[in-house]
Design a protein around this ligand. Sequence first.
Ligand code: TRP
Length: 338
Amino acid sequence: MTTKKRVLSGIQPSGEFHLGNYLGAVRGWAARQDEKINYFCIVDLHSLTMPQDPTTLRAQTRSLAAILLACGIDPARSTLFVQSHVTAHVEACWLLNCLTPLGWLQRMTQFKDKSSRQETILTGLLDYPVLQAGDIMLYDADEVPVGEDQRQHVELTRNIGQRFNHIYETEFFVLPEVKVPEAGARVMGLDNPENKMSKSMAHIRGHAVRLLDEPKEILRSFKRAKTDSDNEIVFSSAPEKAGVNNLLEIYEAVTDKDRETVLADFANARGYGDLKVGVAEAVIAAVTPIRERYDYLMRDTAELDRLLAKGADDARTQAQPKVDAMKELMGLVLPARK
Ligand code: TRP
């Protein structure tokens, strides 16, 4: 018998969940739930490292939970929970802070990038990757499915884990590997197809297709999508074809058709107008059942909160003993059991 790999996925509740998040990540997570032991963590504490409106953050946290469930994350097979419900995450963050050199954090490109755009740099933003290291290593995760932009944070996690293992002469922490999703599901912005569809830009008209958009909104977004002037419907990596290529790849992903069939479907298109409508219709067909399940889940948030409480209980049974064992190794006295 082979033991199943352990996977921790972290997803921020801030910003609006869009087609790129679904096709690029969550759809695959849902499809492969049985292959591995999965923890899905809604990282609300990470969202606090940037300014947030409290009411919006709270609403987005529940909304994201409902979206993940609607996309097929099954609480009977996976552990879905909110990071702040499991206090071991902040405890682990502090403990790991006490062995992480400041220079390692100051070198992170995401920190340099985000902090350069701010007048006041918050400590939490610098510490963000240490919290993330705790998220991952509390669950003995072998794999972390993230985009390229998060590779550096997972490598930092390994460095912190290695340092802990070295100092305390143990093999206490599993050192995680990055698992970048397979190609083909990289959805680009409809208005700027040179760049990935972005959660933080999802509110800009014409940039993203949000998973909860109404059909007519989805159609409108695709009709505005940037293309080119040569009228050739082809898969291509040429920069000027980025828009058309993105539309075709979205269609390929939502229909699960091979490329030949995709092109055959558009062989009679009378231009990009037909392409855009065809892609929009395929996307609407794919997301409508998700939106319906979402609406159903959001009708009873007490039930949703119960599911999350159950997820947090499950997560805690793994994370709390792990953080307690860290404390013991580091010389803290654990409270006597009552
Ligand atoms: N930093 C990740 C992102 O922005 C979110 C995240 C937080 C995460 N903790 C994690 C991802 C743990 C994977 C594992 O995408």
